[in-house]
Design a protein. Structure first.
Length: 235
């Protein structure tokens, strides 16, 4: 009985040491991953990395992590050649294969979300165009308000706001299209105004394999959801 008691105690102690070593290892791995993300993305703040699953050491030895969650602020992408800031971006990566001596990785699947503020979205528009929250339409669908201050070829000024719908096209493009434009019956004005206020902005610079899934206007900005498979993560 005494020998059995000693064996049980040793098992508990060794198990505790293994858990402690495992948690220490995962904390170090999370810190290293966060530092790489910060450096690669040029972030000013510290991203948060959380490696799920237990034990971590077994996952690391097999070079595949069950799930990783990343939260960061201030990541930049490109939209038609212009820099655009993505705020509070979160990503959930599943079945992450560690490659090239742990210097890079590929997630089998990924989902995520981010936001673009109306101020940053207005920077992507043409001169004289600003974008803000437009409330909800008759169907309850949230919309954006596009305010234009344009000079028409007739010499008249076009200063008014229109409500626009937001959508995703092709997995990489955000589209804004005005639902209705009041032109006071002036011929050709609607086409001219639409050429300025209807927008299509292709978002690039995201990890390979990740694409836009949906967009939704909120009071603070445009919320974007992402999805992808075989998502490549640079080391």
């Amino acid at each position: 009985m005494r020998a059995l008691r000693i064996l049980l105690i040793l098992t508990v102690v060794l198990g505790g040491l293994f858990v402690a070593a495992d948690r220490l290892a995962v904390n170090l791995a999370e810190s290293e991953a966060a530092a790489k993300i910060k450096s690669n993305q040029g972030l000013t703040g510290e991203p948060e990395v959380s490696i799920k699953g237990f034990p971590f050491l077994t996952q690391a030895a097999g070079k595949e992590l069950d799930e990783v969650e990343v939260t960061m602020d201030g990541m930049t992408a490109e939209a038609n050649g212009q820099s655009v800031r993505l705020t509070t971006m979160t990503a959930r990566l599943r079945d992450v294969a560690l490659e090239n001596n742990f210097s890079s990785a590929t997630a089998a699947t990924a989902t995520g979300a981010a936001s673009i503020s109306y101020a940053d979205l207005s920077e992507l528009a043409e001169d004289g165009i600003s974008i803000a929250y437009g409330g909800k339409g008759e169907t309850g669908q949230p919309q954006v308000k596009v305010t234009a201050s344009l000079q028409l070829p007739t010499g008249q000024s076009f200063d008014r706001s229109v409500v626009s719908a937001v959508s995703v096209a092709g997995g990489d493009t955000i589209k804004l299209r005005a639902e209705e434009i009041a032109t006071d019956g002036l011929p050709g004005v609607e086409q001219l105004v639409r050429s300025r206020i209807d927008m299509e902005r292709k978002i690039s610079g995201l990890p390979q394999g990740l694409e836009l899934e949906s967009v939704e206007p909120t009071e603070q900005g445009i919320d974007i959801t992402f999805k992808g498979s075989r998502v490549a993560l640079a080391g």
